[in-house]
Structure formats: structure tokens, C-alpha cells
Write a protein that binds this ligand. Structure first.
Ligand code: 3PG
Length: 401
């Protein structure tokens, strides 16, 4: 398959100062703030190893402002070091400290910059030429010879660090981006059915919009919903009280979309039948009217059985996002059984996203799932058929090079 952008095969990196955007947005324990899974860091190692002959500087995000996992990249640097690379960390992104540290990086060294989302301008989504005006890009790009984008997980974001540098520096894809695009292109080339989407987790605002696009594309036969996204649809159907909407950002708009989707695709959208709530610190499985305001942390056994049966007889399964608050052991059951069913499914199976991907790796499902993608939102957006922003930007850079 010929790729429409340039890769590490097209450039000589030896001795060059290279800015590398990666996605090492990891699962973080909400209480200890420690990284609980390094899958996304391990996934970028092929690129980092190829850059050992260059002076590499790593840029990445972790979490979003206000979220539990919005932490410094110092912890990520320690993991990179434990994985055998010669890495150091600077607590700055594009100020004088960062610039001085960047100038000093020697061949074979890897400098990790601070969480790029500590800079507000990074959160803006706009066309490449516009985000390229951000000081993040303007201050840093003159220091580099080459930009390598390996942040597949954030490929659907048109943010400065993802698409800005490609307008001003020679830019190529890293090995992970290359691998994800090749594998996902193959996995989506089939026209077999039934085609099942398993969609859960938080980030409801994003996911409901992507679901709308995917359903409109007409490919999905079953959309099994869980996590906060499932809660939204249960509220939209009047099965669960609106008090459960509190953790859902952008709830009103998302609710309207959910109602429209339910009336447009009543046979495709499949929502939970029962719940597992936390009562006195314990998992209690119950029907919706018995939830009594207790936190809704997982799908219940009836739902799990229904989802497992649908998954097992699917020809294609794409899954993103957990079914519940899987970080709490007692509430990992629904997600775990759904994942087991995906591993048992004989069709094409793709599991994506930091959380679900990490669980699939922990279960050692590498050989039983067609592809464990590092992308969550990126992978689901890829399915809509619209080109990912990162890819569009790399294509434009390739034309200029
Ligand atoms: C992800 O985890 O899906 C990526 O790292 C992108 O994160 P975001 O949804 O916060 O942009």
C-alpha cells in the first residue's frame, strides 16, 4: 500500500535535531496519580529507537485541564528511561529553559518537554495555518531540522502540536502512525456483516458526534453502548434519571443528539438493560429503577450477556472505551467480559483507545484480536471515512518537501 505522506524511510535523521510529537497519554490512577499502564509508551519505541542517531526532542500531552489524569510528563520520562533510552525531562514547553535544553541535546539523547496541554493555546482546534501562529510553534520550529509525527492517538485533533509544525518544518510520519494507517486500512477494507461497534467510556461529547457520523455512513449493524455514553442514551430514553448526567460534559447538546439517533436508528443502537452500582463500597447488580442514586459504574449481567452474544456472531467488531469504571476492580467485569467475547470472535476485531487497549494487552490478547490500536477517538474517526487531521497535514507537508 502506497502511503500519501512521507515516513522515516524518506529522510536521513543522522545528526539532525528532530521534534517528535507522540501520544503517550496513559491511564493514570485517579488517587495516586501514577501511570497504571505503559502500552502507549512501548508503542512509540520503534520510532524512538530509530532516532538514536539524532538529537530527539519529545512533545506530548497527558489528560486535559481539569481531568484526574492531567499530570506532568516527568513520570513518562522515567518509564522511557526504564525502557532503556537515554532520556531527560525539562519542566518547560517553549520558554527559555526548554529552548536552552533543546540546544544542548546531543546525538543519542532524548529530551522530553513538559505536557504540551499546560499551554492553553494547544487546546484550540483550527486549521494548520492558524494553529501554526501559536507561540508554541513559532518559538520552537527554528530550533529543529525535522518534525516526526507519531501521535496516532491524537490524529483527529487539529491542534498546534499535531498540525502546526507540519506547515513550517519538513515533516514525516513515525513508525506507529505508519503501522496504524496500514493496519486500519486493511481492517476496514472488508464489506462483511454483521458489523458491530462497541462504544463506551467518557468523552461523551466527542463520541456522540462520531457515532452520528458512523451511523450516517451506513456501515454499522449494531452499536453496543456502555460507560458514560451508555448512560447518556439511557437518560435520553427516560430509563435512568437525569441526576446521572452530572459527569457528562456538554450534556444538553449530547442529549438532543442521542434522542435524534435513537429515533433514527432504533434497531441499530443497543443500550444497557441493567446496571451495576456502588452501594456501601460494594458492587450491587440491579434494574434501573433500583439504582437509588448510587454511582452507576458498570453494565449489569443481562446487558453483558446480550453484548457478548452479539459480539460473538459478528463478522467485524470495532471497540473503543470501557463499559464502566474499570479502574475499580469490582466494576471491571462488564468491560472484561466484553473484551473476552471480542477475543473469542472469529471475525475481524479491532480494539482501540488507551483504556481498552491496555486491558487487551494485560489479558495478552495480542494474538486473538486482529489489531489493538493505540487510537481511541482517532480510530473511531478513521472509520467515518473522513481523513484524520494529522494525515491531511502530513500529506500537505509531503507536497511541500
Ligand atoms: C486519546 O486518549 O484518545 C488521545 O490521547 C487524545 O486525547 P484527547 O481526546 O484528550 O484529545
Amino acid at each position: 500500500m502506497e502511503l500519501p505522506f512521507k515516513t522515516l524511510d524518506d529522510v536521513d535523521v543522522a545528526g539532525k535535531r528532530v521534534l517528535v510529537r507522540v501520544d503517550m497519554n496513559c491511564s493514570v490512577d485517579p488517587d495516586t496519580k501514577e501511570i497504571t499502564d505503559d502500552t502507549r509508551i512501548v508503542a512509540i519505541l520503534p520510532t524512538l529507537r530509530e532516532l538514536e542517531k539524532s538529537k530527539a526532542v519529545l512533545m506530548a500531552h497527558q489528560g486535559r485541564p481539569g481531568s484526574d489524569d492531567f499530570i506532568s510528563l516527568e513520570a513518562h520520562t522515567d518509564i522511557i528511561k526504564k525502557l532503556g533510552l537515554n532520556a531527560s525531562f525539562v519542566d518547560d514547553i517553549f520558554g527559555e529553559n526548554a529552548k536552552n535544553a533543546i540546544r544542548k541535546v546531543a546525538v543519542g539523547e532524548l529530551l522530553v518537554l513538559q505536557n504540551v496541554r499546560y499551554f492553553d493555546g494547544e487546546l484550540k482546534n483550527a486549521p494548520p495555518e492558524e494553529v501554526a501562529k501559536e507561540p508554541l510553534v513559532q518559538e520552537l520550529y527554528p530550533l529543529f531540522d525535522l518534525f516526526v509525527n507519531d501521535a496516532f492517538g491524537a490524529a483527529h485533533r487539529s491542534q498546534a502540536s499535531i498540525v502546526g509544525f507540519t506547515t513550517v518544518l519538513p515533516s514525516v510520519a513515525g513508525r506507529l502512525v505508519e503501522k496504524e494507517i496500514r493496519t486500519l486500512t486493511d481492517a476496514t477494507a472488508t464489506d462483511q456483516h454483521p458489523w458491530t461497534l462497541v462504544l463506551g467510556g467518557a468523552k461523551v461529547e466527542d463520541k456522540v458526534k462520531t457515532l452520528e457520523k458512523l451511523l450516517a455512513a451506513g456501515r454499522v449493524d449494531n452499536a453496543l453502548l456502555g460507560g458514560l455514553l451508555g448512560t447518556l442514551f439511557l437518560i435520553a430514553k427516560g430509563l435512568v434519571s437525569e441526576e446521572y448526567s452530572k459527569p457528562i460534559k456538554g450534556f444538553e447538546d449530547a442529549l438532543n443528539t442521542a434522542k435524534e439517533l435513537l429515533s433514527k436508528y432504533p434497531d441499530i443502537i443497543i443500550i444497557p438493560d441493567d446496571a451495576a452500582v456502588e452501594r456501601d463500597g460494594e458492587r450491587v447488580e440491579c434494574e434501573f429503577p433500583e439504582m437509588s442514586g448510587n454511582p452507576f459504574f458498570d453494565i449489569g449481567p443481562k446487558t453483558t450477556k446480550k453484548y457478548v452474544e452479539t459480539i460473538r456472531k459478528s463478522a467485524v467488531v470495532f471497540a473503543n472505551g470501557p463499559m464502566g469504571f474499570f479502574e475499580k476492580n469490582a466494576f471491571a467485569k462488564g468491560t472484561s467480559e466484553v473484551l473476552d467475547a471480542i477475543a473469542d470472535c472469529e471475525g475481524i476485531t479491532v480494539v482501540g483507545g488507551g483504556h481498552l487497549g491496555a486491558m487487551a494487552q494485560k489479558k495478552d490478547f495480542g494474538d486473538r484480536i486482529t489489531h489493538i490500536s493505540t487510537g481511541g477517538g482517532a480510530t473511531i474517526n478513521f472509520l467515518t471515512g473522513k481523513k484524520l487531521d494529522l494525515i491531511v497535514a502530513l500529506e500537505a507537508a509531503a507536497k511541500r518537501m
